[in-house]
Design a protein around this ligand. Structure first.
Ligand SMILES: [Fe+2]
Ligand SMILES: [Fe+2]
Length: 393
């Protein structure tokens, strides 16, 4: 046994170690009998093969297992590939990692340095890459079930950001089955950071239950531009220091800045429409909407998948890109298409605005003609540059 001093460790559950394969990290226990003192001892070294009985023996003797912080990457990679760990457990670990980085941003005094932002984005990027490995072949409904089994955190924005990231990865993969892992990670990161601008908005306003008054709503509506500006600062910093990382910050900035734009041009902050809105922002908008109405928040009940797809269908071609929405619907294994649409959300519904009760109304209008939006439409998914941005409203 090797005694180790003054290095940091993180704890892992007994069910989260790699079994029956070469271990790619060292395993430690805290052998101290005093709560005030920690005494880490290596009990299994890299290269060994752990069996179930070994772990059961550790479980009898110790409270927890530990891995060196410097071996976190090796551990996470091994966890993601592990055959003996469930998708729920893997996702939980990766989600908690992502939340740790979001927390360094959202719980700061809102005047953090660009260095903090850069580090947090880098951490989020790593989490998203692992997330892509775990969930890229899961349908929306699988992810929804998965999300239902994960633990929730106090701050809604954390869970919401992770959920939107996961849904966005799934929708993008369904839209373009040959998409690369790098592109999936890009949209995953965009989904994770889409509401970044909310960290500049008072937390009481973001978590307020009950309808916001006009001035409060105007304040919330600033978050896309604030998020875009924060990420653009990161681009400037990188340019000034001549660091060319592999994160496409331009696209992340557009996702943050354009996720509340509407397909028909009635969104904010600019009023972009159709393909003026980045295709990844149009995907994130659908993921954002879906999570806002299917996740139970303290101030409103959640809709089930069928009802959610039904009410979102009423916004297809208006708020939401109808072709991407079509792919999204196909990727939810439900029967909603066979049902008559009976409910719709009030026209001014905004997923970023809290509601005591979701503003559902009985459908009055006739069905819209979805044939207008053929999937084989040339140029589908193309992105127009927005250098000719209109003035923000
Ligand atoms: Fe938002
Ligand atoms: Fe959002």
């Amino acid at each position: 046994m090797t005694e180790v001093k003054s290095v940091s460790f993180f704890s892992i559950g007994f069910e989260l170690v790699t079994l029956n394969e070469f271990l790619t990290y060292d395993l430690y226990v805290n052998s101290s009998t005093s709560e005030k003192r920690e005494h880490f001892v290596k009990v299994f070294a890299t290269g060994g093969i752990l069996e179930k009985d070994d772990v059961e023996n550790f479980r009898k003797k110790y409270f927890q297992l530990y891995v060196l912080e410097s071996q976190r990457d090796q551990y996470l990679l091994s966890l993601v590939k592990s055959k003996n760990v469930s998708v729920e457990k893997k996702t939980e670990v990766i989600k908690n990692g992502a939340i740790k980085y979001l927390d360094t941003l959202f719980s700061s005094d809102k005047s953090f340095t660009t260095e903090v932002l850069g580090k947090a984005i880098e951490g989020c990027r790593e989490s998203v890459e692992y997330m892509v490995d775990i969930i890229q072949d899961h349908k929306i409904t699988d992810i929804q079930n998965l999300i239902g089994n994960l633990s929730f955190h106090d701050f809604y924005t954390y869970d919401h950001s992770v959920n939107v990231s996961m849904y966005s990865i799934s929708i993008y993969k369904a839209l373009r089955p040959t998409v690369t892992k790098g592109e999936l990670s890009l949209i995953g990161l965009g989904g994770l950071l889409h509401d970044l601008g909310k960290l500049k908005i008072p937390t009481e306003l973001i978590n307020k239950s009950g309808k916001l008054d006009e001035s409060e709503y105007k304040e919330i509506m600033k978050h896309p531009a604030l998020g875009r500006d924060l990420i653009e600062q990161e681009i400037i910093k990188k340019r000034n220091t001549h660091i060319s990382g592999d994160v496409d910050f331009e696209t992340i900035a557009r996702i943050a800045g354009e996720h509340h734009e509407s397909y028909d041009g009635t969104g904010y902050p600019i009023g972009l429409k159709d393909r003026e809105i980045h295709v990844l922002a149009r995907i994130v908008a659908i993921a954002d909407f879906f999570d806002a109405i299917t996740t139970k928040r303290s101030y409103h009940e959640a809709l089930d998948t069928d009802a959610a797809v039904e009410v979102m269908g009423r916004c297809s071609g208006k708020k939401l890109d109808p072709m991407i929405f079509d792919v999204f619907v196909e990727n939810t294994t439900r029967l909603v298409r066979k049902r008559n649409v009976t409910m719709e959300l009030a026209g001014d519904f905004d997923p970023s605005q809290p509601h005591d009760v979701l503003p559902l109304e009985r459908v009055k209008a006739t069905k819209m003609n979805l044939d207008l939006f053929k999937k084989d439409d040339k140029g589908f998914g193309e992105v127009k540059k927005t250098s000719e941005k209109k003035n923000a409203a």
